[in-house]
Design a protein around this ligand. Structure first.
Ligand code: COA
Length: 167
């Protein structure tokens, strides 16, 4: 069963392990310690037992949230954990009064695009040659109707979302 809860400082090493497994230019463990102390940052983690298997983070400025990163360990993908993370994040930021959310994504990242489109994100612009590793553009996506976006029956941040596993 996958459980979801907010990140604390003690989780930084586990989050950095997921980050390293998922990104070409990963953030360090120290970055996640700083994020845990950053009052504008909010992270939700997915756990299989004690192990961090995925996370999502955002920075909140008044009523807008910018997603910093979303990642699921390769061996845990395609089971709905990305969906569970985004659902939980949307529910939690809605409670904080956030009404719009934005993120950047590679046009080649089909799984991430599928995930964001499912939650009402739409492409609003493009940053040319944004990614340093291969010079790929970034798509800028927004959901400006977050208050009307249903987090689709997710449990609270300390609950589980086993109903969202893929058969
Ligand atoms: C993006 C990511 C977080 C998704 O995690 P996940 O747990 O596999 O996500 P889910 O199982 O909830 O599936 C997400 C959607 O992607 C779809 N998907 C999976 N692989 C796909 C592919 N190759 N092409 C198109 N869609 C795909 C799934 O069908 C699902 O869509 P649906 O809910 O409409 O059926 C994961 O792939 C990942 O960690 N990638 C590396 C890090 C990354 O790129 N992060 C995003 C940076 S912007």
């Amino acid at each position: 069963m996958i459980m979801y809860r907010a990140m604390t400082r003690d989780d930084a090493a586990g989050v950095a392990d997921v980050e390293e497994a998922c990104f070409a230019i990963p953030w360090s463990r120290e970055s996640f310690w700083k994020e845990a102390d950053n009052p504008f940052a909010f992270y939700i983690l997915a756990f299989d037992g004690e192990k961090v298997v995925g996370f999502i983070g955002c920075w909140i400025t008044i009523d807008e949230a910018q997603i910093t990163n979303v990642a699921v360990l390769p061996s845990y993908r395609n089971r709905g954990i990305g969906r569970g993370l985004l659902e939980t994040m949307i529910r939690e930021v809605q409670k904080k009064g956030v009404t719009a959310m934005t993120l950047e994504v590679r046009p080649s990242n089909a799984p991430a695009l599928a995930l964001y489109e499912r939650f009402g994100f739409k492409t609003a612009g493009r940053r040319k040659k944004y990614y340093q590793d291969n010079g790929e553009d970034a798509l800028i996506m927004w959901n400006t109707k977050l208050a009307e976006t249903s987090p689709q029956g997710m449990g609270d941040v300390y609950g589980s979302n086993e109903n969202h596993s893929k058969e």
